[in-house]
Design a binder for this molecule. Structure first.
Ligand SMILES: Cc1cc2nc3c(=O)[nH]c(=O)nc-3n(C[C@H](O)[C@H](O)[C@H](O)COP(=O)(O)OP(=O)(O)OC[C@H]3O[C@@H](n4cnc5c(N)ncnc54)[C@H](O)[C@@H]3O)c2cc1C
Length: 482
């Protein structure tokens, strides 16, 4: 029967997932694979992916957000299973081997320092210099901390002791100061690394977060021959490559352009109201259970009666705004013969930006002519309003001026700039974020409303979002069975 004017359509389903980011898709995927067929995923954007969505420019894929995934470690078994499914990992003689085509090709990264490009991201330090000594001391300290405290990714698989809580209580900069790490080059590099993964530098993120970065996901390469470079997966369109393959089997279940406005838990069902953005019509959904796979501050607003843990967790969460600029060039940039060659990741020492990645880096096609650079800026929270309000040309000009320091020929080769403004891009792991008991409570929540989002880990990376999505599905299956 067609809906009568003034009457809101009701769609009934088994499970409603709100948000088709990595956590939401992971959750829907896990439910579908467990035989739960009646799942609907509502997503406010036109496409799935959230912070891992992609874009196209000049015929090339390019990222709008997340652009790489490191090889998963032993604790990230849900992620490993996904990568086996997608053909990115395989077993050879009992060993797990990555499919090299999708691993970042060499050269992986370089740094523009004192007017030259240098291989790697750590500023070069002459042997015997104080900087070189601090690099080695920091590498040893990270290895020691890792042995003693066993950091893990996802972080929930690491123990949580008084020593972890102590690291979580103060900033990384305070910890570095206490440990005597005062070398400006080392601190500048660590600050860049934290801004790159967490959206905020060493003065803001916790010591737990600073050490977790090096002890679990990336390692610290002191420039010694013995240390190994991290292996990572990347694609022209960034992690949207993963999104496409994860979302494809769910295409019938994901409804884009649906903004959820309200979620209410009743005795026998969960009711949700959404706006269909294409028709501007409200729509009601009634499900046996639901998963909120949105940032915590959104989940808190959606819930008609938010649980106390959600209110507390959302209250404490702080988010970094980010700007992502995709630049289309009509010719390759000039490169000086005496510097490190163009790499996948190219960082400018002392810049307010995080540098740029090159979409064509992974291409095996010699005929690819367009060059697309993706520049990343992690902004301060007090820049959020300006990110929204300022004319796009002003932001584009900042991006161009920054890159022109290293590439004076870039402005005349530039054909187009597409900007993506992320108002609340990622949760900053401030002191206290990781140890927040409200997060642990949300991860153990009982009942027909569950939560899944990288925010629950205290910071945002693929491995956390994916694992939290799979775990929310497992909790829901237990609830539905019981
Ligand atoms: C610029 C940038 C670069 C990054 N780079 C990397 C990287 O290289 N590697 C990496 O591992 N991680 C990176 N990240 C972190 C990234 O956030 C995670 O990898 C992951 O994508 C987070 O997924 P999520 O599902 O937890 O969250 P989200 O991506 O926030 O997903 C939440 C989803 O919910 C939707 N939603 C919100 N409100 C509603 C509503 N009311 N109704 C319906 N839908 C709603 C959103 O549109 C979104 O799709 C980056 C993040 C950013 C912003």
């Amino acid at each position: 029967m067609p809906p009568v004017a003034g009457q809101i359509d009701i769609v009934r389903t088994g499970v409603l997932v709100v948000g088709a980011g990595i956590a939401g898709i992971a959750c829907a995927r896990a439910l579908a694979r467990s035989g739960v067929d009646d799942v609907i995923v509502l997503e406010l954007e036109g496409a799935a992916g959230g912070n891992s969505r992609g874009h196209r420019l000049g015929g090339s894929g390019c990222p709008l957000g997340a652009h790489y995934l490191p090889l998963p470690g032993p604790q990230a078994h849900e992620v490993s299973e996904l990568l086996f499914d997608l053909g990115l990992l395989r077993s050879v003689a009992g060993r797990t081997v990555a499919y090299e085509r999708h691993l970042c090709h060499s050269p992986q990264e370089r740094l523009f320092f004192e007017g030259h490009w240098h291989e790697g991201l750590l500023p070069p330090a002459p042997p015997g210099s104080r900087s070189a000594a601090q690099y080695r001391a920091f590498a040893r300290r990270v290895a020691q901390v890792q042995r003693e405290l066993a950091f893990a990714l996802p972080t929930q698989r690491a123990p949580w002791t008084a020593a972890h809580a102590a690291l979580d209580a103060g900033t990384f900069a305070q910890w570095l100061g206490r440990e005597g790490f005062d070398d400006p080059l080392l601190r500048g590099y660590l600050d860049y690394a934290c801004r790159d993964d967490y959206g905020a530098g060493i003065e803001r993120v916790s010591a737990w977060a600073g050490l977790h970065y090096f002890a679990s996901r990336h390692g610290f390469d002191a420039g010694d021959e013995a240390s190994e470079r991290d292996a990572l997966f990347t694609w022209p369109e960034g992690n949207a490559w993963l999104v496409r393959r994860m979302a494809e089997p769910l295409r019938e279940r994901i409804r884009g352009d649906h903004t959820v406005l309200r979620v209410e838990v009743e005795r026998e069902a969960v009711q949700a109201i959404a706006i269909d953005e294409t028709t501007q019509q409200p729509r009601r959904f009634s499900a046996r259970a639901a998963v909120l796979a949105t940032p915590l501050f959104v989940a808190r607003r959606l819930c008609a009666a938010p649980p106390a843990a959600l209110v507390a967790a959302a209250e404490r969460a702080r988010y970094a705004p980010w700007l992502v600029a995709n630049l289309l060039l009509d010719a390759p940039l000039l490169e000086r013969a005496d510097g490190a060659p163009l790499s996948w990741d190219n960082v400018l020492q002392g810049s307010p930006s995080l540098g740029y990645v090159v979409a064509q880096h992974q291409s095996l096609r010699p005929d690819v002519r367009a060059t697309v650079l993706t520049a990343y800026w992690a902004l301060r929270e007090d820049e959020r309003a300006a990110l929204l309000a300022d004319d796009w040309r002003a932001w584009a000009q900042r991006v161009i001026d920054d890159l022109a320091h290293a590439h004076p020929d870039l402005p005349r080769k530039l054909r187009r700039v597409d900007l993506m403004r992320h108002g609340h891009a990622m949760r900053i792991p401030l002191p206290g974020a990781r140890g927040d008991p409200a997060l642990a409570a949300l991860m153990r929540a009982r009942g027909r409303l569950q939560f899944a989002h990288a925010d629950l880990a205290g910071y945002s990376v693929f491995e956390e979002a994916y694992t939290l999505g799979v775990q929310a599905a497992a909790r829901l299956l237990r609830e539905l069975a019981g």
